[in-house]
Design a protein around this ligand. Structure first.
Ligand SMILES: NC(=O)c1ccc[n+]([C@@H]2O[C@H](COP(=O)([O-])OP(=O)(O)OC[C@H]3O[C@@H](n4cnc5c(N)ncnc54)[C@H](O)[C@@H]3O)[C@@H](O)[C@H]2O)c1
Length: 327
């Protein structure tokens, strides 16, 4: 891969790891980000173009300057709880503005569009493992905003767009080189919160709900290392390049295929850190599903992708990153 790839949201957690993977593969990652949530320090492997995905004029400038061969679209708001309180914010930033981005991609004839979707689009699971064919029944405005983008991509495939939606399960861990990692504000994700609590760098963790219909009452999630996720984006670009000519929109789950409960993650973090993870019990968070674990057969067979980092490695990398990250 030798050409520019536009990475919308490239200053964020997953986007910065995608940029690193692209650079390692010989591409030039052009980060397009407002920096509202991301960090300039995380943009290390290519130029930073500040801009909003809802700004058609700015997109035209950046597409004309860099002529990207592909776009990876990770830009968006990510907090499930906030989306329940402020749904319009999510439907505007995540869905409507992506419409502007899709139009720009079609205008400039970009050959591949890879979109960051989420397992949250499935809602309450009807099967043990979630395959891409599971019904979509979002239970939060965040998930709804992503499901609507997927629909828009299917429509745009009718106009010639070549797109892949990657439904991530829970991204965790940090770059093995220690240069980048998860730094959300506020942080709402389990592994960094558990790590901070264990290391005395943050408050006690609050376990959000212990009365779910799961073996130990806490939510069950499928955790996948961010560097494994990053590799899948490169494979999705290659997959689109090899797909039959014409418009296309294909969807792939990206997870580990294994579920761990919140209580199991707390116990494993304590074991690896060698100290207890201070935690208390709180109420369920609106918008959370009891269990989300992916069937990743399609990504394995279709993309030739296989996650390689287990939960212990994800926790070790998170602990290492949280000790040294800029705060
Ligand atoms: N983190 C996860 O576990 C997870 C799981 C499923 C899906 N996702 C999706 O992956 C993507 C990346 O997640 P993340 O954890 O890296 O989030 P993040 O907040 O770290 O990164 C998102 C980036 O997008 C930028 N951004 C937001 N709105 C923008 C806009 N309108 N124009 C330009 N830039 C904008 C932010 O400044 C930020 O740098 C998101 O779309 C998220 O919904 C994440």
């Amino acid at each position: 891969m030798s050409r520019a790839v536009l990475v919308a949201g490239g200053a964020g957690y997953i986007g910065s790891h995608v940029c690193k993977a692209l650079a390692d593969a010989g591409a030039v990652p052009v980060c397009y980000d407002t920096l509202e949530k991301g960090h300039a320090w995380a943009v290390k492997w290519g130029p930073l173009e500040r801009g909003d995905i809802g700004d058609a004029t700015r997109l035209d400038e950046v597409f004309a300057r860099h002529r990207p061969a592909a776009i990876i679209h990770l830009a968006g708001y990510i907090e499930v709880g906030e989306s329940v309180r402020q749904p319009e914010r999510y439907l505007t930033n995540n869905t409507s503005k992506t419409g502007t981005l899709i139009d720009a991609v079609l205008r400039h004839g970009v050959e591949a569009f890879v979109f960051s979707s989420t397992c949250a689009v499935y809602g309450i699971p009807q099967t043990d493992l979630l395959a891409e064919t599971h019904r979509l029944a979002p239970i939060s405005p965040y998930a709804e905003s992503k499901a609507r983008v997927e629909q828009a991509l299917t429509v745009a495939a009718g106009r010639g767009l070549r797109a892949a939606s990657l439904r991530y399960f829970n991204a965790t861990g940090a770059d093995a080189g220690g240069e980048i990692g998860e730094a959300h504000d506020p942080e709402t994700h389990l592994l960094p919160l558990a790590a901070d609590a264990a290391l005395g760098l943050g408050p006690a963790l609050t376990l959000l709900g212990t009365d779910y219909p799961t073996p130990d009452g806490s939510c069950v999630r499928d955790f996948v290392h961010v560097s494994d996720l990053a590799q899948a984006h490169l494979k999705a670009i290659d997959w689109l390049a090899a797909a039959p000519k014409g418009g296309i929109h294909e969807i792939f789950n990206l997870g580990s295929g294994t579920g761990y409960s919140v209580r199991q993650v707390i116990a494993e973090t304590a074991r690896i850190a060698g100290v207890a993870v201070p935690h208390g019990i709180g109420p369920r968070r609106p918008g959370d599903s009891p269990k989300l674990v992916g069937d990743i057969t399609k990504a394995r067979l279709g993309l030739g992708w296989q996650p390689t980092h287990d939960l212990a490695t994800q926790i070790e990398d998170t602990l290492r990153w949280r000790r040294k990250m800029p705060r």
